[in-house]
Write a protein that binds this ligand. Structure first.
Ligand SMILES: NC(=O)c1ccc[n+]([C@@H]2O[C@H](COP(=O)([O-])OP(=O)(O)OC[C@H]3O[C@@H](n4cnc5c(N)ncnc54)[C@H](OP(=O)(O)O)[C@@H]3O)[C@@H](O)[C@H]2O)c1
Length: 292
């Protein structure tokens, strides 16, 4: 089976690496070619300088790029997958984009007998590195069955949610749950720092109790060290929360906490912190307090 992988960012680089480690024949493409050259040297596999060369023989094409426009560029652009994948190929997209975007691409692909799967992921950069991602898929059942064994290369939990678009709707639920939780975690640590208790001890004990979460377990040590130059970028979270709020508005829903936290992330962006990890909500609280 020949595989192609488009987008070797924080997530795509290790995900494509797991496919190579499983013994698949993988050709990667990255817009900035030096990352593809580095990946190919590290994993002993091929890279291509164009999407066309990466995908034209591929049975399954994976992508993990940025937003709706980025996904449209790599799929529908003149150099995109739509024009160069073979009939019968399957494209599995791991980017977080709108459900509408996924459905539109799937319809256009279907006209060329290319199958499209929206398969956003959760678990962060660490989950990608460890090969322990949660993957939520929107696809026809027989297509899901065909890709599931390959997704096991880097997926711990892989669930078929329904038709194309339902993977992205599930990812929206994830982001809505995470937004308020991260602000709560930032406020808890901020409070502990001001309360004069041993914050490391406080976090180590409560992370074993009812307040525990993936974010708390994985992020409190880095938050206490003021480390934010890694992980899931504020810019990506802003994109995701905008998608969630637009989808909610379509259904006449208000999401007050999501809306508020989205505003906090906007403030971080305005201060030039868009590439920091989403746990930098603590930095925002500390900066507000030092400005007072
Ligand atoms: N990081 C996380 O923890 C995390 C967790 C879950 C989901 N996600 C989602 O996964 C996706 C990727 O995230 P990431 O953190 O890996 O992002 P990233 O590190 O910024 O990497 C983005 C990748 O997409 C490529 N790309 C972006 N726009 C492109 C375009 N128009 N044409 C071609 N290539 C393009 C970039 O190429 P260049 O190298 O040339 O810039 C890069 O390889 C996003 O949708 C994000 O929301 C991320």
């Amino acid at each position: 089976m020949k595989l192609a992988f488009i987008g070797l960012g924080n997530m795509g680089y290790p995900m494509a690496g797991h496919l190579a480690h499983q013994g698949y024949d993988v050709t990667v493409f990255n817009r900035t070619t030096h990352k593809a050259i580095k990946w190919a040297a590290e994993y002993g596999q091929g890279y291509a300088a164009t999407i066309q060369r990466a995908v034209h023989k591929a049975d399954i094409i994976f992508s993990c790029v940025g937003n709706d426009d980025d996904l449209r560029a790599v799929t529908l652009g003149t150099e995109g997958v739509l024009h160069h994948a073979k009939s019968g190929a399957i494209m599995v997209d791991h980017s977080t984009v709108s459900a509408e975007c996924s459905k539109q691409i799937a319809q256009l692909f279907a006209q060329k007998h290319i199958h499209f799967v929206d398969a956003p992921v959760s678990g962060g950069q660490l989950g990608a590195q460890k090969g322990q991602l949660s993957i939520m898929c929107g696809a026809e059942t027989h297509i899901f069955n065909a890709i599931e064994p390959v997704l096991k290369s880097y997926g711990k939990t892989i669930v078929h949610m329904g038709e194309v678009g339902s993977g992205q709707l599930t990812k929206m639920v994830n982001q809505i749950c995470v937004a308020g939780l991260l602000q709560g975690l930032a406020e808890g640590i901020y409070f502990a720092q001001q309360a004069g208790i041993d914050v490391h001890k406080a976090m180590s004990v409560i992370s074993q109790g009812a307040a525990s979460s993936w974010q708390m377990v994985n992020r409190y040590p880095t938050m206490l060290n003021g480390e934010y130059h890694f992980g899931f970028a504020v810019d990506w979270m802003r994109k995701d929360l905008d998608i969630c709020l637009a989808e909610a508005a379509k259904n006449g829903l208000k999401l007050p906490v999501t809306q508020t936290v989205n505003g906090f992330y906007q403030e971080l962006q305005q201060l030039g912190n868009g590439r920091l990890d989403t746990s930098s909500l603590l930095l925002r609280l500390q900066q507000i307090s030092s400005a007072d």
